[in-house]
Design a protein around this ligand. Structure first.
Ligand code: SF4
Length: 289
C-alpha cells in the first residue's frame, strides 16, 4: 500500500492562501463515482480550473493508487493529496478508542477534519464550489453534507442527468481505457481503506475473509491488540435476539469456519468523509487505563 510518487504533495497548501482561492474543488476518493463527478466538472470548467483533492488514509488498496494515477492523467489534473500520516488503526491507538459505526474517529480525523482544514486554507465560501462523488441513489447524503458545511456551495454532479448507476460508471471507465478499481471486481461496495471499514457489517467482513484472508488476518490482529489495551470493544456488534453484544473479527471468523450462520444481509455502510454519525455515545467510549 505505497503512496504514489507522481502526486502533488498538498501539505504545503496548508500554508496561508496565496491570494487566489480555488474555484472548483472535487473530493476525489479513488472511487468510480468521484471520478465521473470530477470528469463532469472538468468538462464544464476546464482542467486548469479544477482541483482534485484526495485524503489518503494510508490504508488504501494498492490498486487505488494505480486507478488514481490513470484517472488523473486522463482528466489532466494533478492529484492533490492530504494526509496526517496515520492509518485508522494508528488513530484508534493514539485516541485510546476503537472506531465503530457510531464513533467514526478515522473518518472524522483522517478525512473530514483534514478536508475542512484544507478548504478553509485554500478556498473561499463566496467563490469556491466543492464537489463530491455522491450519486442520485444517495442524494440524502448530499443534503446532510450541505447541512454540516452550511455556507459552502456543494454540488454532486452525479446526482444530475444523465443519471448513471454503478455498473454504468464502471462500464464507462472501461470504455475510456481505465480499468475500474479492483475492489469492485472483487465484490466490495466501495474502494475505501482497502476493503475494510469500521462501519462495515458481518456480510462485508465475511466477504473480506473470503477474498482477502491475509488482509482480514491483519485487521483481526489489530482488533485483538486494541482489545488487549481497551477491554471488551469491537468494530462489529452482534444484534441477534434484540440485544447488542461484542462481535470481534476473531469471533466472526470462528463462526464462519465452524459453518455457523451469520448475518449475510448486514453489509453496513461507509459514507467516508461525507457522513458524520451521531457522535459520540459515551457508553461506547473506552478509555485507556
Ligand atoms: S473507510 Fe471506514 S475505516 Fe476507512 S477511514 Fe472511512 S470510516 Fe474509517
Amino acid at each position: 500500500m505505497n503512496a504514489p510518487n507522481n502526486t502533488q504533495d498538498a501539505m504545503a497548501a496548508f500554508s496561508p492562501a496565496t491570494g487566489s482561492a480555488l474555484s472548483h474543488v472535487v473530493s476525489f476518493s479513488g472511487g468510480a463515482c468521484s471520478f465521473w463527478a470530477a470528469a463532469r466538472v472538468v468538462e464544464r470548467y476546464g482542467a486548469e480550473n479544477v482541483t482534485l483533492l484526495f485524503a489518503d488514509t494510508k490504508m488504501e488498496d494498492e490498486d487505488l493508487y494505480r486507478f488514481n494515477r490513470e484517472a488523473t492523467q486522463y482528466l489532466g489534473v494533478p492529484l492533490t493529496v492530504i494526509s496526517d500520516g496515520r492509518t485508522p488503526w494508528q488513530v484508534f491507538s493514539d485516541e485510546g478508542m476503537m472506531g465503530n459505526s457510531r464513533v467514526d474517529l478515522c473518518s472524522r480525523i483522517l478525512k473530514r477534519e483534514l478536508l475542512d482544514q484544507w478548504h478553509r486554507a485554500n478556498c473561499l465560501e463566496m467563490t469556491s464550489t466543492l464537489y463530491v462523488g455522491i450519486d442520485w441513489t444517495e442524494e440524502h447524503r448530499l443534503h446532510r453534507l450541505r447541512a454540516r458545511k452550511s455556507g459552502w456551495r456543494i454540488e454532486a454532479p452525479m446526482c444530475e442527468a444523465p443519471l448513471w448507476d454503478k455498473c454504468r460508471m464502471t462500464d464507462e471507465l472501461r470504455k475510456i481505457g481505465i480499468e475500474p478499481p479492483r475492489l469492485y471486481k472483487l465484490g466490495f461496495p466501495h474502494n475505501n481503506c482497502g476493503g475494510f471499514c469500521i462501519k462495515a457489517g458481518q456480510a462485508h467482513f465475511a466477504h473480506l475473509l473470503k477474498v482477502m484472508p491475509e488482509r482480514y488476518a491483519q485487521h483481526e490482529a489489530n482488533e485483538e491488540a486494541m482489545r488487549a489495551r481497551l477491554g471488551d470493544v469491537s468494530v462489529m456488534k452482534d444484534r441477534r435476539g434484540g440485544t447488542t453484544a461484542t462481535l470481534t473479527m476473531k469471533m466472526l471468523r470462528d463462526r464462519i469456519e465452524r459453518g455457523e450462520s451469520f448475518d449475510r444481509s448486514e453489509w453496513g455502510g461507509c459514507g467516508c468523509a461525507i457522513d458524520a454519525p451521531q457522535e459520540q455515545n459515551p457508553a461506547e467510549v473506552a478509555s485507556l487505563p
